[in-house]
Design a protein around this ligand. Structure first.
Ligand code: F6P
Length: 341
């Protein structure tokens, strides 16, 4: 069998572990040939690839990022490129393509699969928002990075009697905010799943200081939104010191809380630090299992499917099902955390 693998969309710790696992299972156990397309779908559309043998994947298990490179491709561009992709798949004699990616990549994978290409998808995202799988690799690593940051910020916040507003990743869902906030004992967690009430947040933080506590930690997912019209400060303008404000919910919340409480507040935008560096053991194992099962599915001719974790088992799920909705944080999880707005 000849298998093509690619990584597409925002990178994520564990991508290299999947690539390594695909090569090990396919080349060593099945005697297959594996090629890796460069920079995501772009590599498939431009037939830009290299052969992946055991040497090519040596020493990459614990390395962050992706040795193949990644990019985001516009769906329209991909739609226009379906025939080109089909031509390259035929010319290269590929029997299977394993794209590793998040929401956008899986939608593209579904599109190509519907066009008849032999696709077996592997889900990835630090956001943990792919509906068909209990967990995506990269999430555990990102939560670990965010938790360590929150732990560290507590001591400096306490020294200065400050509010720390820590913005974590999560465009559409609050999984990283919820888990890191719970793990670090944050005093308030703000998620995109429901527009937050700034009065409620101000009260939670204010009560802490009134009770004699010297600091407060607020975790906010980057996609969180206030109830329309409820904030004193909106995007743009200057803060109480006349400094120009940056856009972004972390910055806005820090300015707003400082103004409302008369307490110093500092925004900390964790950003891409959550995506970089070595994957945790959990993420390496999940990524390795996904890679192994993707190769097996290809050998069974199970195309148009994607690997998924259900409980402790890896199962195959139709791509059509996986791209329907995002996995948002269910409201009973807010109750467990107690301080989700
Ligand atoms: O989807 C993963 C993610 O890390 C989001 O949490 C974040 O909003 C986005 O990617 C950032 O993308 P980019 O790397 O293109 O800035």
């Amino acid at each position: 069998m000849r298998i093509g693998v690619l990584t597409s969309g925002g990178d994520c710790p564990g991508l290299n572990a999947v690539i390594r696992s695909v090569v090990h299972r396919a080349v060593v156990d099945h005697g297959d040939e594996v090629i890796g397309f460069h920079d995501g779908w772009k590599g498939l559309l431009e037939a830009d690839y290299r052969k992946l043998d055991l040497d090519a994947v040596g020493g990459i298990l614990a390395r962050g990022g992706t040795i193949l490179g990644s990019s985001r491709v516009q769906p329209a561009h991909l739609r226009d490129g379906v025939e080109r992709a089909r031509g390259h798949v035929a010319d290269l004699g590929l029997d299977a393509i394993i794209p590793i990616g998040g929401e956008g990549t899986l939608k593209a994978a579904h599109l190509l699969s519907q066009a008849g290409l032999p696709i077996v998808g592997v889900p990835k995202t630090i956001d943990n928002d792919i509906a068909s799988t209990d967990v995506t690799f990269g999430f555990d690593t990102a939560v670990g990075v965010a938790t360590e940051a929150l732990d560290r910020l507590k001591t400096t916040a306490e020294s200065h009697q400050r509010v720390m507003v820590v913005e974590v990743m999560g465009r559409h869902t609050g999984w990283i905010a919820l888990h890191s906030g719970m793990a670090a004992g944050a005093h308030a967690i703000v998620v995109p799943e429901r527009p937050f009430d700034i009065d409620e947040l101000t009260a939670i933080v204010g009560e802490r200081f009134s009770a004699g506590k010297r600091f407060a930690i607020v975790v906010v997912a980057e996609g969180a939104k206030p109830r329309p019209g409820s904030m004193r400060f909106e995007e743009g303008g200057t803060d109480m010191y006349g400094h120009e404000r940056f856009a972004g919910i972390g910055n806005l919340l820090a300015v707003e809380l400082e103004d409302r409480l008369g307490k110093e507040a500092r925004p900390v935008i964790l950003g891409h630090v959550q995506r970089g560096g070595t994957p945790t053991a959990y993420d390496r194992v999940l990524a390795t299992r996904f890679g192994w099962h993707a190769v097996e599915a290809a050998h069974r001719g199970e195309f148009g499917m994607l690997t998924a974790l259900r409980g402790t088992d890896i199962v195959m799920v139709p791509l059509a099902e996986a791209v329907q909705t995002l996995k948002t944080v269910p409201s009973d999880r807010y109750a467990e955390a107690q301080n989700v707005l």
